[in-house]
Design a protein. Structure first.
Lengths: 243, 262
């Protein structure tokens, strides 16, 4: 077999980007536990084993190409459903390596709406070593089809976020109260991994993610950025067995 | 036939082994013959999703048993990398000033050759295109207990080395019977055999493809045996797997990266 493989990025190249870099690279990194109320809800557990202390570096998860999908795509889900992960997506416009928070926003091309869906993780310590089979499922990270230019968003850390499930408001939150806001997140991530044009950083979901079930339609709306709608379709993926 | 991907004279080329008599050389696909230090070695295939396994060798698991809360009976410990982490043969990896424990990991890298969706163990090996060597560095100072192992430890710029060769699957009789070792400045510091994998290659493909579709160019880094030791600025680290390749990397400090000391 030939070693020259094409690296397709499911869907990412079809997002309309009206500002530089014109298309997404397919690299998607999602901040986790970046909403202060999420850490507050963990309370003393965050100080006990296995965690032992609050995180000091950004908590991050890579969303590989199999997880990417677009507005309108169906998302497979087991009978237990998926936790909705409404999040602001930050599209990098200019290479960012060890940038300061003060200069970080000048490296952003724009923003999009994303939904970092996760299967419910059993057990008491879901943030220690979350199993790949809960976080890396096919099409579990739909992206909005349009990137809003950075200049069109006055303050990315103060945007209203709403989640609708079958037309009923399920979560009303915003992009504020982050452990790291947009600029600080870019600064701290770029300290050890260079962000390139078209890379996508997800700011991270808010405390109180609603659960959606197979057959339900989920819409994520971020004020001034857009809407993202996907239907969950039943897919009998066994989550009970290890290898 | 094993192949490399190299940059030479303004373009990227597929290259083949070529004996220059006194030195190792390369023959580019267009016929030019060059010495191995005349080219820039890139990862030997276009890299898709990089999937890494933690604690997948019985001996390494034993080595770390005091600080671990997992056992071989748990499900495979999977983490991912982004393309920026990946570099090729004869590259440089940065060791930030002030860290105490940065170590290499010699790993067999399994390259997927065709789409794998819910593939059974018995059919798994038909989805493997070939193999290469990986040296997957970690900086343990940055380890935190949230989403372990966290990206600051394992997904640093230039800290995942792949190469030098892509070796087609048909050229490897048994990928579960390969000796692997690491040499730091010529001293052997790590030795093992791919026979000691906790989850073997078909098990990993079956496990992963049950929930994530694997595509051509995706690569599974199958874990490392015992014997990880600290490396320092100036060290030459050579990770080697019998029949697959000998992958050279150099540890450099902050200065070449214009990092100003804090």
């Amino acid at each position: 077999m030939s070693p020259t493989f094409l690296p397709p990025t499911l869907g990412a190249e079809r997002v309309r980007v009206d500002v530089a870099p014109w298309r997404l690279s397919g690299v998607v990194v999602a901040a986790q536990l970046n909403h202060r109320p999420q850490l507050a809800a963990l309370a003393d557990a965050a100080q006990r084993p296995p965690y032992k202390a609050l995180p000091s570096a950004p908590v991050l998860a890579v969303k590989p190409r199999n997880t990417l999908a677009l507005d309108g795509d169906d998302v497979p889900a087991g009978a237990e459903g998926l936790d909705v992960g409404a999040t602001l997506g930050i599209v990098i416009g200019r290479v960012a390596c060890r940038v300061s928070a003060a200069e970080a926003l000048s490296h952003v091309a724009g923003y999009l709406v994303a939904n970092d869906l996760s299967a419910p993780i059993p057990g008491d310590t879901p943030h220690y070593r979350p199993g790949a089979r809960f976080k890396l499922r096919d099409r579990s990270c739909p992206l909005g089809r349009e990137v809003v230019p950075v200049a069109a968003v006055a303050d990315p850390d103060a945007l209203a976020v709403q989640v609708w499930i079958d037309g009923v408001l399920a979560q009303a939150t915003d992009t504020a109260e982050r452990v790291r806001g947009v600029a600080q997140l870019i600064a701290d991530v770029s300290d050890f991994m260079t962000l390139n044009p078209g890379d996508l950083l997800l700011l991270g979901v808010a405390q109180g993610a609603p659960r959606a079930l197979p057959g339900q339609t989920v819409t994520v709306e971020i004020d001034g950025v857009g809407r993202l709608t996907n239907r969950l379709v039943h897919d009998d993926l066994s989550t009970g067995s290890a290898a | 036939m094993k192949t490399a991907r190299v940059a030479y004279a303004g373009a990227i080329h597929t290259a083949f082994e070529h004996d220059l008599g006194s030195a190792k050389g390369l023959r580019l696909a267009d016929g030019r013959v060059v010495a191995e230090d005349q080219v820039v070695w890139l990862p030997p295939f276009e890299v898709g999703t990089v999937i890494a396994l933690g604690l997948n060798y019985a001996d390494h698991l034993k080595e770390l048993s005091k600080e671990l809360t997992v056992t071989a009976k748990d499900e495979p410990l999977v983490f991912l990398k982004t393309p920026g982490a990946v570099i090729g043969h004869r590259g440089q990896t940065r060791r930030p000033q002030g860290v105490a424990f940065m170590h290499y990991e010699c790993e067999l890298a399994v390259v997927i050759g065709r789409t794998a969706h819910r593939v059974a163990r018995a059919d798994a090996m038909a989805h493997v295109a070939g193999y290469t060597v990986c040296n997957d560095y970690a900086i343990r100072d940055y380890l935190e207990n949230w989403y372990r192992p966290n990206l600051r430890v394992k997904n640093r710029d230039g800290a995942t080395v792949l190469g030098p060769w892509f070796v087609p699957a048909e050229d490897v009789a048994d990928p579960h019977a390969l000796g692997l070792r690491t040499r730091v400045n010529g001293q052997v510091t790590q030795q093992g055999t791919t026979a000691n994998m906790v989850n073997d290659i078909p098990a990993l493909i079956e496990y992963l493809s049950a929930f994530m579709t694997l595509q051509a160019g995706d690569v599974i880094l199958t874990g490392t045996p015992e014997g990880v030791v600290n490396v320092n600025e100036g060290d030459e680290v050579v990770t080697e797997i019998d029949g697959i390749g000998r992958l050279v990397n150099h540890i450099v400090g902050d200065a070449p990266f214009s990092v100003i000391p804090a």
